[in-house]
Design a protein around this ligand. Sequence first.
Ligand code: 13P
Ligand code: SF4
Length: 331
Amino acid sequence: MSDAAKVPAGTDLIDEINALRKERNAVILAHYYQKPELQDLADFVGDSLELSRKAAETDADVIAFCGVKFMAETAKILSPEKIVVLPDMEAGCSLEDSCPPEKFAAFRARHPDHIALTYINCSTEVKALSDIIVTSSSAETILQQIPKDQPIIFGPDRHLGGWLSRKFDREMLLWPGVCIVHEAFSETELLKLKAQHPGAPVAAHPECPPAIIDHADHVGSTSSILNFARDFPGDTLIVATEPHIMHQMEKALPEKTFIGAPGADGNCNCNICPYMALNTLEKLYVALRDLEPRIEIEEGLRVKAKASLDKMLEMASASVGKGDLGPVTAG
Ligand code: 13P
Ligand code: SF4
């Protein structure tokens, strides 16, 4: 049955979702790349680190996760006693797909002296095979706490790993994964856009390739890009990350102009994350009503994956910013 067919005609989705969230004692968490209507309904909107923290500390019985599967799995790993639903179970991630656990295990086995510092955009199995998880907002703080002579495998995002490597002059063995969304930005089109808006700074996510990062005035996680949007002195900002983040900028900073960096033909929708876009209001309603699709993780695997996530939460505590524009709490 299609999702639309599961919703009775005439249903007021917002009213129903609000009633169900009370009835279920549910918290709705959303990533900044979600559709505006989902961000606006959420109890909390944040980046990957903030959402992990929120999932670990909430006292709700149900977490409805408007994001992708690895994020909902992270919530379940950290809060196993809660029901975690993901509106669309097909909401994956190209970085996760690039890193099959058996290949990652074999790669680790070939480099036994290396520790595995792994981006949170990976499967639960890969988390279980890793020593420390990082997000884009915690990676710098965590990397700086690892002794200089400790060899490191960094996966699965070679662009985030490469950027960290250049920034801290630290060699790491990089897994060759990419985010298809950030990979699609075009340097040629970005330069044209910069020429049209002289003086407008560029803020880029570190999942972008070096050709884009090289033109950026600010590089960082979604929440750090939101902070830069608030703090930069001008009135126009070029944003090189998934464009739904601009919803928060436009709400909080209506006096400024935000322009999404272009993809290859200058006018494509290739920078919209196709996985994040699978979640809709209808599917969120059905997920809260039926408590399905539900994330389930085998306990032994969960405990192993939790160790590397706990390490991140412990080591990242130094990275909590003061006076951030994000995370956003509803109300
Ligand atoms: P952050 O929000 O942690 O920067 O992550 C970006 C991303 O690509 C999530 O999939
Ligand atoms: Fe994965 Fe990229 Fe989509 Fe984030 S934006 S979920 S990294 S494909």
